[in-house]
Write a protein that binds this ligand. Structure first.
Ligand code: AMP
Ligand code: MG
Length: 409
């Protein structure tokens, strides 16, 4: 089998994924969900309202007023927030009004309470009969006009957008109680290896902790999917197959495994996939993470990541995140990529390399340094990193100051 380029492998994987079905959910359950349809606005604010506590007036009535020579208006109404004023204001009149309350008919501005003789320090003060105005206000002053933030018919959020906190608030503002979103896809996750022990069980001699289950489950959730954690398969054909079959029973949309896809004597994962489906490829020209396998098991797409913890993480970012993003209906799944400068020289072996780096601002320039030794089992290098630095295929060394792309972690 040939060694594929990263890009070719990504394309082959992506071509096998499409978005899952949609569902309609109450807004309160939509945090982190992906919109299945664009959202169109209504006029916001919905009505002209006051942006301060004060007095609604006709601006022309109080032109030239000062504290030495105030204009006096008669107060004909009191308009708390949430009320719908039936009154209208004529010349010489004002209405007390609270922040957010609708502007009464006839009024065209609001004077802040601080610019009047009204004692606003004491709560519950009854509405006065008259008010002295100490400062003029322009027409429209302190009024939030209908439609000033948004006009009806504008697209506010588009399909494929993952809802953040502020988006949820916006949907409520737009009267959207039920939202059309993509179903949360299910990604079955399994680790393989006789040496692996879950973190909550005693560690026997020669065994190590199953690290990848925890990292990969968190990455799957972060990608907008639900992780179906199937645990650890020992290095036996039947044990591996039984967890794969469990994924099928649980109706997984994709199966993600780590380890057992290399050329070791006990690497049965590829075999199991080949005899129950199809193996598309199992090696990619990259570092770390050359043994990445892709195929399908009984009709469900399968991505096999390498076993070493850093390789599994990098393989996830390069291949699994985009695939899960497409399943989840996301318009863009990739982490933000930016260009920075190297703060030290970097060597590579000519494979496309993903190195762990700290990016910091130095003298106004974003500069990248590697986080210690880059062994694929050295998870600390990833814990200390805030970026993955990408050295393209075919490049063997980069000098200090060279521009490089990084993904923010
Ligand atoms: P393998 O791909 O099975 O040859 O595994 C490569 C290396 O990754 C070995 O040192 C394994 O012990 C290690 N490894 C495999 N799976 C895990 C895991 N889930 N957590 C931590 N290390 C692992
Ligand atoms: Mg193994």
């Amino acid at each position: 089998m040939t060694l594929l380029s990263v890009q070719a492998a990504q394309e082959r994987i992506l071509s096998r994924f499409k978005p899952v079905e949609t569902e309609t959910l109450p807004l309160g359950q939509c945090a982190g969900r992906v919109l299945a349809a664009g959202v169109v606005s209504i006029d916001l604010p919905l009505f002209d309202n006051s942006s301060v506590d004060g007095f609604a007036v006709i601006a022309a009535d109080i032109a030239g007023s000062t504290s030495a020579s105030p204009r006096t208006l008669s107060v004909v109404a009191d308009i708390p927030a949430g009320s719908a004023p039936g009154v209208s204001i004529s010349h010489g009149q004002a209405a007390r009004i609270m922040t957010g309350a609708p502007l009464p008919k006839g009024a065209d501005a609001v004077v802040m309470v601080e610019d009047t003789d009204f004692d606003y320090q004491a709560p519950n003060t009854a509405v006065p009969d008259r008010v002295e105005i100490h400062k003029p206000v322009r027409t429209g002053g302190n009024v939030r006009a209908r439609g000033a933030d948004l006009k009806s018919g504008q697209e506010v959020l588009s399909a494929g957008h993952r809802l953040r906190a502020q988006d949820a608030g916006m949907l409520a503002m737009l009267d959207i109680a039920n939202v059309s979103v993509f179903r949360r896809p299910h990604a079955a996750l399994l680790s393989s290896g006789d040496e692996l022990t879950p973190v909550d069980q005693p560690l026997e001699p020669g065994k190590i902790r199953d690290t990848n289950s925890y990292t990969l489950a968190a990455l799957i959730e972060d990608s907008g999917c639900e992780a179906l954690r199937l645990g650890i398969a020992p290095d036996r054909r039947d044990a591996i197959q039984s967890l794969f079959d469990e994924s099928i029973r649980m109706k997984a949309d994709v199966i993600v495994s780590s380890a057992g896809v290399s050329v070791g004597a006990f690497d049965f994962v590829k075999d199991v996939v080949e005899s129950n489906g199809e193996l598309d490829f199992w090696k990619v020209n990259m570092r770390p993470g050359k043994p990445v396998a892709f195929g399908e098991y009984r009709g469900v797409p399968f991505i096999g990541l390498p076993g070493n913890p850093v390789s599994a993480f990098v393989g996830f970012e390069v291949f699994v995140r985009p695939a899960l993003g497409r399943l989840a209906g996301l318009k863009t799944a990739a982490r933000p990529k930016i260009q920075v400068r190297l703060a030290e020289p970097v060597e590579s072996d000519g494979r496309e390399s993903y190195l762990r780096a700290i990016v910091e601002e130095r003298d106004g320039i974003l500069s990248a340094k590697l986080t210690g030794h880059q062994g694929s089992g050295n998870l600390l290098s990833l814990v200390q990193a805030n970026a993955l630095l990408i050295v393209p295929a075919g490049v063997k060394s980069l000098a200090t100051g060279s521009p490089v792309d990084v993904w923010w972690l």
